[in-house]
Ligand binder design. Structure first.
Ligand SMILES: Cc1cc2nc3c(=O)[nH]c(=O)nc-3n(C[C@H](O)[C@H](O)[C@H](O)COP(=O)(O)OP(=O)(O)OC[C@H]3O[C@@H](n4cnc5c(N)ncnc54)[C@H](O)[C@@H]3O)c2cc1C
Length: 505
């Protein structure tokens, strides 16, 4: 019997598998597709934008360099971070196709955004992400089986079982990472609620006979929206109330008719090489756990891909769940730790659904949509407006309510640097939490007595003066506790017990 069976070897299932493997759990991943490669995962249709929060997750697990290389992105992670000071974003992104100006971001309002290798998002593609994560998972001893379609789930107090093709795969926990049409979600009885679609979207790789008729970039038009990120790659949204039958492959004639309608041109598609459809249906399960079955990624929440948040939210789920599930498997999790997964991540999923709905509202090709666009354009013309958007798009808005008023607690930890040059992100590769102690001049690297296998101890002076005496960082990089100049040892130990369990004797 495995500790954990993960259903689905998409990016979220694989990220979670790595987290659990890193924490010493035995993990089996069951994937329906016989092959991991697919033209839908390669460029151009497989292109995905990773937020700074996701880039940070790869950085903290020592995978950022490989990810950048596999994605064809220049890697300056080893460059001197002082060269980047002060932090100035190079790109922000867009809201409903309205592109934001990075020069408008008020960096003074973001004091915890420290220079480091993971300050900004990046473009990648699913093939690069999945190949890297699969290789990492194999190295960590994860068993990944392809061509296995899970069709039944059973559970009792002791065990959860995934059934596929006459085989039973028993584990202490089953996690459904099986995407937007998740089988696990329905089989385990999760309630899935939300709003109906307003549009059908299409993404295609096509040859355009008269490409001068389409402009590059985003275009909100009186009849919809189209986006041309590169020659041959077109995405478009048709406000048809989600009427297109998505069990059908969209034909060239259909795609051409939609493109003509939303672009307002008589453009001709001479060949469609690859195409798929999506909608803005926005739905979320009411909980992410039922007994011994959990959900993560698109299995737990779906929404339109506008503004690229689905994969990022799923990676956030995996980072949040991995160490909590591992602590539960190993038996040292404090009471209720696993339930903090839903408590922390469900509001984030709900926020992302609303963010996507707000963009759909602003894109509607009618007087209501144009009125919202006008308001948004006014707002993003201001520093506060662009800074707010930057926080939403980069993931910097994410803060869990951990019951402390300290502005850092519940947020992703800044990439603090010690006088010896060590950066927090580099200290997190083994998946342990980190206790940073800035109250001494001596540089020390070790383990926290009592929590040695779960908590690294690093002492020294910080190069970044954030008026902190000590910080407790959870294995997912979230600040669990922060102390002033003279750290309060008792408060620190209470926080360590609350998140990492009782000390070892
Ligand atoms: C056009 C488009 C553009 C997008 N752009 C972005 C972007 O820029 N940024 C971003 O963050 N997000 C983006 N997204 C969303 C992102 O792609 C998804 O949120 C992400 O891929 C979800 O990952 P996942 O692992 O949860 O699910 P999936 O990637 O769907 O993986 C699920 C896996 O489970 C397997 N599976 C399904 N059923 C079973 C079963 N019964 N048994 C076994 N295995 C099963 C599937 O074969 C699949 O491999 C975009 C989406 C689209 C459609």
């Amino acid at each position: 019997m495995h500790d954990v069976v993960i259903v689905g070897a998409g990016p979220v299932g694989l990220f979670l598998a790595c987290e659990l493997g890193l924490a010493g759990c035995s993990v089996l991943v069951l994937e329906r597709e016989p092959e991991s490669r697919s033209p839908f995962k390669a460029k151009p249709l497989g292109m995905r934008g990773l937020s700074a929060a996701s880039v940070e997750a790869f950085y903290r697990r020592g995978m950022l360099h490989q990810l950048r290389t596999a994605s064809g992105v220049p890697d300056d992670s080893d460059a001197d971070p002082d060269a980047h000071e002060p932090f100035a974003p190079r790109g922000v992104g867009h809201f409903a196709g309205m592109v934001l100006d990075p020069a408008q971001v008020d960096v003074a309002a973001l004091p915890y955004r420290l220079p480091g290798p993971a300050m900004e998002g990046m473009l990648t593609h699913l093939e690069a992400v999945e190949t890297l994560l699969s290789e990492q998972a194999y190295q960590l001893g994860v068993d990944i089986r392809h061509g296995v379609t899970v069709s039944a789930i059973a559970q009792n107090d002791e065990v959860a079982v995934a059934r596929a093709g006459g085989h039973e795969y028993a584990a202490r926990w089953v996690v459904g990472c099986d995407g937007g049409r998740s089988a696990v979600r329905g089989l385990a009885g999760f309630e899935f609620v939300g709003t109906k679609p307003q549009f059908t979207g299409y993404t295609m790789h096509a040859t355009v006979a008269d490409s001068e008729k389409l402009r590059s970039g985003f275009h909100l038009t009186p009849t919809g929206m189209y986006l041309r990120p590169s020659e041959g790659h077109i995405a478009m949204m048709d406000f048809d109330g989600g009427a297109f039958d998505r069990s059908q492959q969209p034909t060239r004639d259909h795609l051409q008719a939609v493109l003509r309608r939303v672009s307002g041109t008589e453009v001709t598609l001479s060949e469609v090489h690859l195409a798929s459809s999506f909608t803005d249906r926005a739905m979320q399960t009411t909980t992410y756990r039922r007994g011994r079955v959990l959900l993560a990624g698109d299995a737990a929440h779906i929404h339109s891909p506008l503004g690229g948040q689905g994969l990022n939210t799923g990676i956030g789920d995996a980072m949040n769940l991995g160490w909590k599930l591992a602590a539960t498997v190993h038996g040292y999790a404090p009471d209720g730790l696993l339930d903090t997964y839903t408590r922390e991540r469900h509001p984030i999923g709900a926020g992302v659904l609303d963010w996507s709905r707000a963009q759909v509202a602003a894109m509607r090709p009618d007087p209501h949509g144009r009125a919202v666009q006008g308001v948004v354009r006014d707002l993003i013309g201001t520093r506060d407006g662009t800074t707010y958007m930057f926080e939403r798009i980069s993931g910097a808005w994410i803060r869990y309510d951990l019951g402390s008023e300290h502005p850092l607690v519940g947020r992703s930890a800044p990439d603090l640097r010690l006088e010896d040059g060590t950066r927090l992100g580099d200290l997190m590769r083994d998946g342990r939490g980190v206790a940073l102690d800035f109250s001494t001049d001596r540089c020390l690297h070790g383990s926290v007595r009592g929590w040695g296998s779960r908590l690294r101890y690093v002492a020294g002076q910080a190069r970044n003066d954030l008026q902190l005496g000590a910080v407790l960082v959870r294995p997912d990089g979230v600040v669990a506790w922060a102390g002033e100049r003279t750290p309060d040892r008792e408060a620190f130990e209470r926080a360590a017990s609350q998140w990492l369990g009782s000390p070892e004797i």
